[in-house]
Write a protein that binds this ligand. Structure first.
Ligand SMILES: NC(=O)c1ccc[n+]([C@@H]2O[C@H](COP(=O)([O-])OP(=O)(O)OC[C@H]3O[C@@H](n4cnc5c(N)ncnc54)[C@H](OP(=O)(O)O)[C@@H]3O)[C@@H](O)[C@H]2O)c1
Length: 312
């Protein structure tokens, strides 16, 4: 099968499309013929070697942890999914690095799958799992309630676009940060207040917030705007012991737990047209295309998600 791999850690020129072995499935897995994948910042961080301490990857490594496609074979223990089903998923990160989503086929544990809503394309579906699951689970970790005030950093980014919409669906007041060019865009997703981060520090303009979802590493700023009893979670940096132990405020790191059940609830929101998907750009699964997709993501200014078409 065709897959985009890296043979060394390094810059985006390490990415190349080659012919490689098809994955084999376990009894609790399905084989997915991928139609599309999407890029997340973890992809270029992994490409650079930042996940080295966590996995025993052997080159060539296939990156990519978002997929949308069609099931072509089903393990004997799998229930609820059949050959021919259109699905999307954030698969597990494989310990050997051989089973990413930048490939024509990926083996996926059945408990990570959800049925693709029929009102969206495979490209749109591939733009959902990792970023939207993160947004949903972080709002839960923040214990966000109706009428509470939340700051969502980087509202125009992959996680931000979903977090704004989900927080509004929960009935919260949402402030977000974005460059001037994205102000109308994030308001169209439901943001009540937009701060231009080039002009203002959040702690100079916001106070008394119940919750902060930090996607940019501004821990001290986020903690400063919380009211007593408020909750802060960062998904983009490590916390110091001092930051973790601020009295009267809950300061946490957050990690996505891939999970088909949560993805099914997001699929319902999408099917009901309550949750919009925003695709920044689409590239083909070619050596040039995957390098350009990483280049776009690494600008840190994609609006929504960068998608790669695998099967047009
Ligand atoms: N822990 C986890 O489980 C987990 C899961 C998902 C993501 N993450 C991490 O979360 C971070 C965000 O991910 P993402 O997918 O949302 O990234 P992304 O899509 O690449 O974010 C791009 C957006 O960030 C905005 N931006 C850039 N610098 C900003 C700043 N200083 N202040 C406010 N907005 C800024 C840009 O808007 P403008 O063009 O308007 O500047 C752009 O729209 C990454 O570090 C990623 O690795 C962690």
């Amino acid at each position: 099968m065709k897959a985009a791999v890296i043979n060394h850690y390094g810059d985006r020129n390490e990415l190349e499309v080659i012919d490689t072995r098809m994955p084999e499935i376990q009894a609790d897995e399905v084989l997915v013929e991928n139609h599309a994948t999407s890029i997340n910042p973890i992809d270029y961080k992994a490409r650079q070697g930042l996940l080295k301490p966590m996995f025993q990857w052997q080159f060539p490594v296939i990156l990519g942890w978002d997929l949308a496609g069609t099931i072509v074979s089903v393990g004997e223990q799998v229930k609820g999914f059949e050959v021919g089903d259109a699905i999307f998923a954030r698969p597990d990160i494989d310990n050997l690095g051989a089973n990413g989503a930048y490939a024509e086929y990926t083996a996926v544990k059945a408990d990570k799958l959800a049925h693709k809503p029929s009102n969206i394309s495979f490209e749109e579906a591939a733009a959902v799992p990792l970023a939207a699951l993160t947004a949903l689970q972080m709002l839960r970790q923040l214990k966000l309630l109706s009428n509470q005030k939340i700051l969502i950093q980087a509202g125009a980014g992959g996680v931000g676009i979903y977090a704004i919409q989900l927080a509004k669906m929960m009935g919260a007041y949402v402030a977000t940060t974005a460059g001037q060019v994205n102000h109308e865009f994030v308001k169209s997703l439901g943001a009540d207040l937009v701060i231009d981060y080039h002009e203002y520090n959040i702690q100079d303009v916001l106070s008394d917030f119940d919750a902060v979802l930090d996607t940019v590493g501004d821990v001290d700023g986020g903690i400063a705007i919380l009211k007593p009893g408020g909750h802060f979670v960062t998904i983009s940096t490590t916390l110091t012991d001092q930051q973790k132990n601020i009295s009267n405020k809950t300061v946490m790191s957050g990690w996505l737990t891939p999970n088909g059940r949560d993805l099914e609830t997001l699929a319902i929101d999408i099917a009901n047209e309550d949750l919009k998907i925003v695709v920044d750009s689409i590239y083909p699964l070619t050596t040039e295309g995957i390098r350009q997709a990483h280049e776009r993501s690494e600008t840190h200014h994609a609006r929504g998600k960068v998608v790669v078409t695998i099967k047009p």
